[in-house]
Write a protein that binds this ligand. Structure first.
Ligand code: BGC
Length: 820
């Protein structure tokens, strides 16, 4: 007889557990509840009415298609050895050393699963690196950078015993620039974010660590992301439920689901369902979303875990397609932690009494364990470093019920030589927005003034500090925050570089002093060659941004300096969009957006400022003239007190980011895809290569679904080439971009231009290269809500190639489908 695992130590934590099913949250437009009252056959066309989520059951079983077949067999074999209780706890998180923990099963030599944040570093890491943020990585438009960053970050996680990295992020996508977490994600564009997701995931998983695509889906604001609860004993009574993102079917497919389809295609191990409701149902118990869209249409083979505390039911969530609850044993209700779980012992009971079928729990475990075997995590995997447990503030050691054992050395240094790479990535991610009178690169300036509270050292520790006054901002707050083991500041790096030139460097870091004093007095004895002004913009999880200007009176600091300094160069470290009212000031000669560049902030900036690296990054969002120019405002307040009154209607539909500005011809300060270089590029002759497929079928051939969906959608249907040349005198990278304009036969609301290709190419001064754009069927299709499929519209497409979403240098047309 096999020894059974003893989980009696967990019982103490279950006394307050709400019973499964009974406390399932039901709303008038929510999941019908734990009963299997409505079973929708999966092969039937299902239309999702706007603002409502139809029920879709049962949850599809994984079959390992797409390369996981062998691992699936191993997972099934492993599953056959589990008791019911062990199965239940495999799906239920526990307090432990990592931010998410699945219990070990020692008799099977299974040491458990360690889940760790996050998208820019190992959050609970000492002696680990802080990489460039998501928004920085997106600004690089560099596939190799994205892969290398994902690979290196995951290598560090692995060294510390992480099995699952909680990232990358495609939600928020950046519907609104006010969202507090845009910097953790990538670009306000599904195509670019899709590429970023795919490269990052492949990189992470090549390093042997599971990736997690989060937060699924339409997680576009932090305000009321969780329900507010009455302070009753169990804290389970809602005052008001979480915000519902109400998104129509076409918008969901073409904007928010698009990058998640790339994630599924990259064979991401897991998805994280989000806090918000989608069309009235909690994302983690929305059967249409998880069973239909994710597990059927996208053919996702891995497991769905809840965001921390996003589970609001037991059976209802399980039947809706959620496979793992986090953090599990202790549950986060809103911002309150209480003991107990909808899963755990309740799930054991539900399996034993038949409320949850053996088929379903078995599929949950197989989904969880298949990626584990696929990535070889059963073979010599590093143990969890004791130091990550000590740094865990989510479930500190005194909350652990299980007697976690640590083996191997602690405080392992996993940084390797990554800082050199991070420095290169920082420079490759820094966007040059303005450069007049040849302000940059600097040419051995002898008298330098450094201004602003973002320039120098952090005086109070950067880790999750709320908008600290002094210190450069290279990362921000929430679960994506990082512990720096080293931080190169602009002040240090510029000073070191300036010393080589024998320069005089004067420093004014106090913003209040700068705005209240007359500047020339401060920088005597002579007029400076350049004034470098450092501004910052803080952002964090759980709170949306209230304004898009720079913090700490940034505009006034620039005005105060530029009033006297005729060569004022502004550098921003921020989450993303900032309106830049000083951009027209004649004395502001250059502006650089450095976002959150990680630990090599200063050095990577010096590389750009002094021209060792020619800037090539491009904006992954739009910088408008005014805050009021942006559409899609967040739902920040409701005046009524109904339980389900928090609603966010995505009425702008496809008009997200530049799509909106273009559709309404709104002038912008710096458009999506824009960024200067120290050289100039030309682009000419956009033409099809090979024979143009003029008689494609409008709808794709129906092939067996693979991870990512119907493989026919991912096939190249059209190839274009263009010639790009470096017409200036400095070598550098060009980033040619391809946008598509759909024919008039596409339904109303189709954006005028949508990104569908880009490349990053090195060109020596005077050099010309051919660039190829391969378009897939999905790239030239829209989501047909009636056919419930991707349709290529009849009529003439326009393809536009250039260097931003508003700088087209060549175009061509093509028709793929002749008849309607
Ligand atoms: C965040 C997730 C994070 C999790 C664990 C949640 O509040 O939304 O992104 O992975 O916490 O820290």
């Amino acid at each position: 007889m096999k020894l059974q695992a003893d989980y009696s130590f967990l019982l103490s934590g279950l006394l307050l557990a709400p019973s499964v099913g009974a406390s399932t949250c039901q709303t008038p437009i929510d999941h019908p509840g734990p009963a299997f009252s409505f079973v929708q056959p999966l092969n039937t066309t299902i239309l999702s009415p706007y603002g409502h989520s139809p029920a879709v059951y049962p949850s599809p079983k994984t079959n390992g298609t797409g390369g996981w077949e062998k691992a699936l067999a191993q997972a099934k074999d492993w599953l056959s050895q589990l008791t019911v209780e062990e199965k239940a706890w495999m799906a239920t998180g526990q307090p432990g050393p990592c931010v998410g923990n699945i219990l070990p099963i020692p008799r099977l030599n299974f040491t458990g699963l360690c889940l760790q944040n996050g998208p820019q570093c190992l959050q609970q890491g000492d002696y680990s690196s802080v990489f460039v943020s998501g928004v920085s990585a997106a600004a690089s438009w560099d596939r190799k950078l994205l892969y290398d960053r994902g690979y290196a970050m995951a290598t560090e996680h692995k060294g510390k015993g992480t099995h699952v990295v909680l990232g990358p992020i495609a939600g928020p996508l950046g519907r609104s620039p006010y969202d507090g977490r845009t910097w953790e994600g990538f670009a306000a564009d599904p195509y670019l974010t899709g590429v970023c997701m795919e490269e990052t995931i492949i990189g992470m998983q090549d390093a042997g660590v599971q990736a997690n695509a989060k937060h699924f889906i339409a997680n576009e604001q932090e305000t009321q992301r969780n329900p507010t609860y009455a302070a009753d004993a169990n804290a389970t009574t809602y005052i008001q439920d979480s915000v519902s993102s109400n998104v129509n079917d076409r918008t969901l497919h073409e904007i928010y689901m698009w990058p998640f389809a790339n994630a599924a295609r990259a064979r991401v191990s897991s998805f994280m369902c989000s806090y918000n409701r989608l069309n009235g149902s909690h994302s983690c118990q929305n059967s249409y979303l998880l069973n239909h869209l994710l597990k059927t249409e996208l053919g996702f083979q891995g497991y769905v875990m809840s965001d921390w505390g996003a589970t609001h039911s037991g059976v209802a969530s399980i039947e809706s397609g959620m496979d793992m609850t986090m953090p599990g044993g202790f549950t986060l209700y809103g911002e309150l932690w209480t003991e107990g779980s909808y899963f755990g012992q309740n799930l054991t009971d539900a399996i034993n009494n038949g409320t949850v079928s053996t088929d379903r729990i078995d599929d949950m475990i197989v989904r969880i364990m298949t990626p584990y075997f696929w990535l070889g995590q059963d073979q010599d995997y590093p143990s969890v470093d004791a130091s990550v447990g000590a740094l865990n503030t989510d479930s500190p050691p005194d909350t652990w019920l299980y007697p976690w054992q640590f083996t191997g050395t602690s405080n392992r240094d996993v940084r390797s030589n990554h800082s050199q790479m991070i420095r290169e990535h920082g420079a490759a991610s820094t966007v040059l927005l303005k450069n007049e009178r040849n302000a940059l690169p600097l040419r051995k300036p002898r008298n330098i003034v450094i201004v602003g509270n973002d320039a120098g050292p952090v005086t109070q520790g950067a880790y999750n500090q709320n908008n600290f006054e002094y210190g450069t901002l290279a990362n921000a707050g929430g679960s994506g925050t990082c512990r720096f083991s080293f931080l190169s500041t602009p002040l240090d790096a510029i000073t070191a570089r300036a010393r080589q030139d024998g320069a005089l460097v004067q420093t004014w870091l106090n913003n209040t002093l700068i705005t209240e004093k007359a500047m020339p007095d401060l920088w005597n004895p002579e007029h400076p060659d350049v004034c470098l002004v450092f501004l910052k913009g803080w952002s964090e999880e759980n709170i949306d941004r209230r304004f898009l200007e720079l913090d700490w009176n940034g505009n006034a600091v620039v005005e105060a300096v530029a009033k006297y300094c005729s060569n004022t160069v502004v550098v921003t470290h921020s989450a993303g969009v900032n309106v830049l009212p000083f951009a027209d000031h004649p004395n502001v000669t250059a502006i650089l957006a450095a976002h959150y560049p990680g630990e090599e902030a200063g050095n990577s900036l010096v590389d750009i400022l002094y021209g060792d690296v020619n800037p090539s990054a491009k904006l992954p969002y739009v910088i408008a003239y005014n805050e009021s120019d942006y559409n899609a405002p967040l739902t920040t307040d409701v005046q009524t007190n109904g339980t389900y009154d928090w609603q966010s209607w995505f009425d702008e539909e496809l008009e997200v980011g530049y799509r909106y500005f273009d559709a309404h011809d709104i002038p912008v300060r710096y458009e999506f895809g824009f960024g200067l270089s120290y050289t100039t590029f030309n682009l000419s002759r956009l033409a099809a290569t090979g024979s143009v497929a003029t008689n494609l079928t409008a709808l794709p051939e129906q092939r067996p679904v693979q991870p990512g969906g119907n493989p026919a959608l991912w096939e190249t249907v059209y190839t274009l080439t263009t010639e790009v040349s470096n017409s200036g005198s400095v070598d550098g990278y060009a980033i040619p971009q391809l946008y598509v304009g759909f024919p008039d036969t596409a339904p109303a609301g189709t954006p005028p231009s949508q990104l569908r290709g880009f490349d990053k190419i090195w060109l020596e001064a005077g050099e010309t290269k051919t660039v190829t754009f391969e378009l897939m069927r999905r790239d030239v299709s829209y989501w047909d809500v009636v056919a419930q499929d991707w349709r290529i519209p009849a009529g003439q497409f326009t393809f536009k190639a250039g260097f931003s979403s508003r700088d087209f240098r060549a175009n061509t047309t093509a028709t793929f489908v002749r008849d309607h």
